[in-house]
Design a protein around this ligand. Structure first.
Ligand SMILES: Nc1ncnc2c1ncn2[C@@H]1O[C@H](COP(=O)(O)OP(=O)(O)OP(=O)(O)O)[C@@H](O)[C@H]1O
Length: 601
């Protein structure tokens, strides 16, 4: 069955690696999210700058101390420097610790907030088309990208820039020409080299991110699909293509590492050349020998600190795709539709209507639903039938709000479905959707997902209606029987019955049943459909999607879809009496099932 949980038509969604044009840049979105934590982050930045400056001052003071001590001056002339060296060494450790504490505290608070938002957005966008491996790696690594942007790019980057400016300021007091040479060196280390690092990293980084996503998906496919791959003899091919991707990734990462080393070497060279230029400028300006030494070591240390900007730039380039995805996911300025007056009460019967609904999954593609109209007042029971790909599951997906029409209206009690808060809609419309998921939990827990707090009688009634009660009673653990990962310890039919029982227990006023008897033999299918319909309260409406035409005699209307269009509609008796798809299919299925039953022991 084709899963119709597609996106709103033509919506590329957050899979885009780059934030859509016209939207705020990823960094701006992250900064907006960071606003509540700005005070803490600025504090962390200042502490980081103080740490680096303490390190720089330590090197300069220690140099002064060593060079002065070589002249064997009276000890009291050195006392202040000795104390300063000790104080700076200790304060550097304390400052670094406080900086890490403040930075991580701010970022971890913020990340908790962002993670919750990402989960909420993904959950709300039930339409997300991404595959589980990709989503999983996004949840983990993209959110970490936000953390890294702050902790490894912005905080150390701004601290390095601040320390560079301070170092030049102090050098000016000793010798302006030496300060000029230092400024040039710092500009090379803090501006030119980071720009170069960004340029050389960008292209490979842009290819690395999607490759990592693809590899995560490969891992899921190779493990979850192992049995099918083996059955079709396709394991080698799948492994080969995964290995190919892994090799390409390794090649790109090697190239990234090599260019990274080259830029690092240029950084070391810059530090040496800057120190040499500072020394020459200071000597030319007749600066005393000890201070020349202090300037030389100070210049080396300052360039070293500023080189942190190279690492920050490199990191930033690698983080950008992830940041763009998180930003695209969270930068949704469209306000969540709030319930308008009178739409909050979703308990009780409802009147649902499709008016000229057209759905298109891709711009330019044929519509999956084409001008479809339906009336589903309270208590009415409709079946939607049609050949594979006719648009049946798409109809259910529109109904549950996972796919948005490109034109036409879907209304619940006269209000557009989109006017309802996403979290409230399932209380009114829901049921057994395509590819229902069975959780690795007990039968009871799987059922209670339909209605938390349901009593034993309700569990029994729903399970009996789905034809699973006998099986439950036959299990040693009864309701507490574990069903295995994705219901793997159940047969296909039992899994389907369990999902149906859960939908019947949930009993939303508009019950959607997408192929409720799939995987059951004809006799069982007829019995289960009849008991499921009988178990549904009379004032609840039902939209049944089925490829089987048996058991539809009692329904109020049968809508035949083909290529997204309604080609026939009416009651079963009318449709079998008229020429057309329904009659042909009915005769074919009846003959096939008679043959099946004749063969059955
Ligand atoms: N998520 C999606 N993205 C793109 N196209 C889709 C998506 N889901 C369905 N389609 C397309 O929309 C059309 C209708 O599909 P739909 O799943 O609604 O058919 P169906 O009648 O339920 O088929 P089946 O009986 O085989 O499940 C098909 O052409 C299908 O390829």
């Amino acid at each position: 069955m084709t899963t119709a949980n597609g996106p709103s038509p033509v919506d590329a969604g957050p899979a885009d690696d780059v934030a859509p044009a016209g939207r705020a840049t990823a960094e701006r979105v992250v900064l907006r999210l960071a606003r509540p934590y700005l005070g803490r982050l600025v504090g962390a930045g200042l502490l980081a700058a103080a740490t680096e400056f303490a390190g720089l001052a330590l090197m300069a003071t220690a140099t002064w101390l060593l060079m002065s001590a070589a002249g064997q001056p009276p000890l009291d002339r050195l006392t202040v420097a000795i104390v300063a060296v000790r104080a700076l060494a200790i304060s550097r450790g304390v400052l670094r610790y406080s900086e890490r504490l403040a930075g991580h505290d701010a970022v971890l608070r913020m990340i908790t907030d962002i993670r919750a938002r990402v989960f909420a957005t993904l959950a709300a966008r039930r339409s997300a088309v991404h595959r589980s491996g990709d989503v999983l790696s996004r949840l983990v690594s993209d959110v970490e990208a936000v953390q890294d942007l702050l902790l490894r790019v912005l905080v150390p980057g701004s601290a390095a820039a601040l320390v560079g400016v301070l170092a030049v300021g102090v050098a000016v007091l000793i010798s302006p020409p030496a300060a000029g040479a230092l400024a040039v060196g710092l500009l090379v280390a803090g501006v030119a080299l980071p720009a170069l690092a960004t340029k050389v990293t960008r292209r490979s980084a842009a290819e690395v991110a999607p490759l990592r996503g693809a590899l995560a998906t490969d891992a899921i496919d190779l493990t979850h699909g192992a049995a099918d791959l083996a059955a079709f003899g396709a394991t080698d091919v799948a492994l080969r293509s995964a290995e190919q991707r892994a090799r390409r990734l390794a090649q790109l990462e090697r190239r990234l590492a090599a260019t990274g080393f080259a830029v690092d070497a240029a950084g070391v060279l810059t530090a040496g050349l800057t120190a040499a230029a500072v020394v020459l400028a200071a000597l030319a300006a007749d600066v005393p020998g000890v201070l020349v030494g202090v300037l030389a070591v100070g210049a080396l240390a300052a360039v070293e600190v500023t080189l942190a900007l190279v690492a920050a730039a490199r990191q930033w380039t690698q983080l950008r795709p992830g940041l763009a995805r998180v930003a695209a996911l969270l930068d949704d300025d469209t306000p969540t539709p709030r319930p308008t007056d009178g739409v909050t009460d979703l308990v009780g019967p409802h009147d649902l209507r499709f008016v000229d609904v057209t759905v298109r999954y891709r711009a330019g593609a044929a519509p999956a639903l084409d001008d479809v109209s339906l009336d589903l007042p309270a208590g009415r029971r409709i079946a939607v039938v049609g050949p594979s790909g006719a648009g049946k599951s798409t109809l259910a997906a529109v109904l549950t709000g996972t796919v948005q029409p490109v034109s036409g209206r879907v209304t619940l009690d006269g209000q557009d479905l989109s006017a309802y808060p996403e979290e409230a809609l399932p209380r009114a419309v829901g049921g057994l959707l395509a590819e229902a998921y069975v959780f690795h939990a007990t039968v009871r827990e799987n059922l209670l997902l339909g209605r938390a707090g349901a009593g034993e009688d309700e569990l029994t009634a729903a399970t009996a209606a789905a034809g699973l009660l006998e099986w439950v009673h036959a299990q040693p653990a009864g309701w507490d029987t574990l069903v295995g990962e994705e219901g793997g310890q159940l047969s296909g039919g039992q899994r389907q019955r369990l999902a149906l029982a859960r939908a019947l227990l949930a009993a939303p006023p508009v019950l959607v049943l997408d192929e409720p008897t799939e995987g059951l033999d004809p006799t069982a299918a007829d019995a289960v459909l009849a008991s499921a319909l009988a178990a549904t309260p009379a004032d609840h409406s039902v939209l049944l999607i089925s490829h089987r035409l048996s058991g539809l005699e009692g329904l109020d209307e049968i809508v035949v879809l083909d290529g997204g269009r309604v080609i026939q509609r009416g009651r079963h008796a009318e449709l079998v009496a008229a020429d057309g798809w329904y009659r042909d299919q009915w005769l074919l299925q009846a003959a096939a099932e008679r043959g099946y039953l004749a063969l059955a022991p």
